[in-house]
Design a protein around this ligand. Structure first.
Ligand SMILES: Nc1ncnc2c1ncn2[C@@H]1O[C@H](COP(=O)(O)OP(=O)(O)OP(=O)(O)O)[C@@H](O)[C@H]1O
Ligand SMILES: [Mg+2]
Length: 255
């Protein structure tokens, strides 16, 4: 089947899903009921990854929960391997023909090129199409990694730390690691990038206070230099990570 025909067929399948799931907006006048379905803007066929991406928008007044809660209807029409992105009006539905790979080996050589344009690259793994997903903690300052028991949280956090440690020198990045489970970060504790691994609330408190002091110091520095980010101060010695290290050492070895 040529691509054009395939797209028409896919468009029809999506319209069918909208109808089955009641994803529409109805307006009633005295004599008639008007039903408006979402508008399909694009059907993209990714042959390499055996995937299809639909972009559609809901008619004004349609409840977005119709899409998010009716995921099952898309699964019935396109199979279990789907993802829906969107919140209010515009949605992207991705449908994959293959299941995700069971094992994806950690290979720093493949990851490294994706870290280069980020200040603090956080390697989050690959998406279903095999694309590397890397966030920048310099832009997204707070991150939370959650999941059910055994879903891979520890493995991912180790992947993130290992990538940062291999990519940056100890002068560029320093870690204070909190590990209240006594089992997460043992392999990192002797590395020069790691200021300490703290395993209970009492010992974790002083490093957290050091971070608070450092945030305060940096805030004053930004104000004094009239800049918005420490990256604009990059070449001004001493590097901030070293200061953090020194503060910590002086705290544990007060002279
Ligand atoms: N991306 C992955 N692909 C395949 N297997 C994985 C992946 N991530 C983790 N695993 C495997 O899943 C198992 C559980 O992983 P992990 O210990 O990281 O989970 P967790 O969420 O930290 O669990 P817990 O809640 O018990 O701390 C391990 O055997 C690990 O090898
Ligand atoms: Mg764990």
């Amino acid at each position: 089947m040529d691509k054009w025909r395939a797209k028409i067929k896919l468009r029809g399948a999506l319209m069918r899903a909208f109808k089955l799931g009641g994803i529409h907006k109805q307006t009633t006048t005295q004599s008639k009921i008007y039903t408006r379905y979402p508008k399909i803007h694009e059907v993209h066929i990714d042959e390499e990854n055996e995937a299809v991406r639909f972009t559609f928008t809901l008619p004004d007044g349609a409840n977005p929960d119709l899409v998010l809660k009716q995921e099952w209807v898309f699964k019935q029409c396109f199979g279990n391997n789907i993802e829906i992105d969107g919140k209010v009006k515009k949605f992207i539905l991705r449908c994959y023909s293959k299941d995700m790979k069971k094992d994806i080996p950690y290979e720093f050589k493949k990851i490294q090129p994706h870290l280069k344009d980020k200040n603090i690259p956080i390697m989050c793994g690959v998406d279903r199409s095999g694309k590397m997903n890397v966030k920048d903690m310099a832009k997204e300052h707070h991150m939370l990694l959650t999941g059910t028991t055994g879903s891979g949280k520890s493995s991912l956090i180790r992947g993130i730390l290992t990538s940062l440690i291999l990519h940056k020198s100890p002068d560029e990045i320093q870690f204070l690691l909190g590990d209240l489970k006594f089992s997460e970060f043992g392999i990192y504790k002797r590395l020069p990038h790691v200021m300490g691994v703290f395993m209970d609330a009492k010992s974790l408190l002083p490093p957290l206070q050091i971070i608070e002091n450092e945030m305060f110091r940096r805030g004053k520095l930004l104000d004094k230099m009239d800049v918005e980010s420490i990256y604009e101060l990059k070449d001004r010695p001493p590097t901030l990570s070293c200061v953090l290290m020194r503060l910590y050492c002086s705290r544990i070895n007060p002279k």
